[in-house]
Each structure stands twice: as structure tokens, then as C-alpha cells.
Design a binder for this molecule. Structure first.
Ligand code: BG6
Ligand code: MG
Length: 221
């Protein structure tokens, strides 16, 4: 049996666009320009580190109190944007892969930086697939630190070397590699060049490939 660890934002659901909208509105409000390219650098990055980066880009210094208020404001805005989210927003073929892994009795875990992960999984009705959920509420070291994935492996009782990670963020691929897991990038192959394998999305991943992940001996053949 192997472990399959899924990132949430950008792998299971396309929430990156909502994070972008919420951060952009906040950044512009405090007089900081915020581009799509900069948003790319926030993928997989915790809420607190994201705000630190935005303030750094805008060369802004604020008090601790203001910092906390901005974090709350961004999250409230984000929660408003995802309020009506439902299973229609699950990315293509994610459910197919989850169903297949579950049919093959593999262990499935979530490894996300988001503190909103449980709420989102419930909204899109995918919670029952997960044997363990590790999210931003349970980690002290953010990706690219491997903590989130090592915790997930521990919870599903699978050795890190027998775990596969699906990730859309550079920091997440680095975390998976640091955890000694097979790293699978979901997205742009140039951006995710440190991954062991990259697929544009799950529609490009064949069930034969997943079988090889389940039985790694055949990957080498
Ligand atoms: C990651 C996202 O999954 O979670 C980041 O890629 C986000 O964009 C981070 O900042 C934290 O999410 P949240 O929901 O706790 O603000
Ligand atoms: Mg992600």
C-alpha cells in the first residue's frame, strides 16, 4: 500500500483565482501594485508569509496590529468569494483519480497550507476520500519545509519513500522532494521543473501511470 498526498489549492480546486482577487484588492487598498506574476510566487505560501511578501514588494512597514487586521480582512474577502463554491469547481478528473486510488485501497491524505482546507473539502463533497487531513492549522513550518507532508505520511502510517505528492506550487514540490517523496507537478512543466513528473492537469494522467505509482517496481521498467 502507498500513500497519495494531495495539495488542495490549485490541485483539487481552482481557488488560486480567489486568493489572487482577495490579495489584489487588499494590496491595491494599501497602495501596493500586485500582478499575476507576483501571485504565482504566493502559491503554496502561507497567509502570513504572503502578506509579508506583499508588504516587502510595496516597501511598506506596518504595526503588528495592522498586520493582523489585514490578514483578517483578506481572509474575510476570500471566504466571501468561495462561499457558494460547490463540487462543480473540482478540477477535471480529480474525482476520477480519487475514486481509482480508493478502489485500489491506497491511503489518501491532504497536505495543504490553507487554514480553510476542511471547509473547502466539505463544500466540494470530497472529505470522505481522505484518511488524513493536514492543513495550515497543524503545521509550524510552511512549505518548502517538508513538515506538512511528513505529518500526513505519519497520520496514514506510510513511510515517506512510499508516498506520492500532487502539487501545483514550486514550494510544494520542494517540500515533497525534501520529504523524500515522489513529487508530481500539476501545472506548467517549466515552472515545476524540480518535480519528478509534471502533468498539465489530471486529464493528462493515465490510469496506467497511476498503477505504476501504486506499484513503483514497474516505474523503473
Ligand atoms: C495555499 C495557497 O494552499 O494556502 C496560498 O496556495 C494560500 O495561496 C495558503 O495563501 C494559505 O491559505 P489560507 O486559506 O489559510 O489563507
Ligand atoms: Mg497549491
Amino acid at each position: 500500500m502507498n500513500g497519495f498526498i494531495f495539495d488542495l489549492d490549485g490541485v483539487i480546486v481552482d481557488t488560486a483565482k480567489y486568493h489572487y482577487q482577495a490579495w489584489k484588492q487588499l494590496a491595491n487598498k494599501i497602495g501596493v501594485e500586485f500582478s499575476l506574476e507576483q501571485n504565482e510566487q504566493l502559491k503554496g505560501v502561507s497567509r502570513v508569509d504572503s502578506l509579508k511578501k506583499i508588504l516587502h514588494w510595496g516597501q511598506k512597514t506596518i504595526s503588528g496590529e495592522e498586520f493582523m487586521a489585514l490578514m483578517t480582512e483578506k481572509n474575510d474577502q476570500y471566504l466571501g468569494l468561495i462561499e457558494t463554491m460547490n463540487e462543480d469547481e473540482v478540477l477535471p478528473d480529480v474525482s476520477k483519480v480519487l475514486n481509482y486510488l480508493s478502489k485500489k485501497h491506497q491511503k489518501i491524505a491532504l497536505g495543504s497550507a490553507s487554514k480553510n482546507a476542511v471547509g473547502i473539502l466539505n463544500k466540494v463533497n470530497l472529505t470522505p476520500f481522505f484518511d488524513a487531513i493536514i492543513d495550515g492549522n497543524q503545521v509550524t513550518h510552511a512549505k518548502p519545509d517538508p513538515e506538512v507532508f511528513l505529518n500526513a505520511a505519519k497520520q496514514i502510517n506510510i513511510q515517506p519513500e512510499q508516498c506520492v505528492v500532487f502539487e501545483d506550487a514550486v514550494a510544494g514540490i520542494q517540500a515533497a522532494n525534501a520529504a523524500n517523496m515522489v513529487s508530481i507537478g500539476i501545472g506548467d512543466a517549466h515552472v515545476l521543473h524540480e518535480a519528478d513528473y509534471v502533468f498539465k492537469d489530471f486529464t493528462e494522467m493515465s490510469l496506467e501511470f497511476i498503477d505504476k505509482l501504486i506499484n513503483p517496481k514497474t516505474v523503473c521498467n
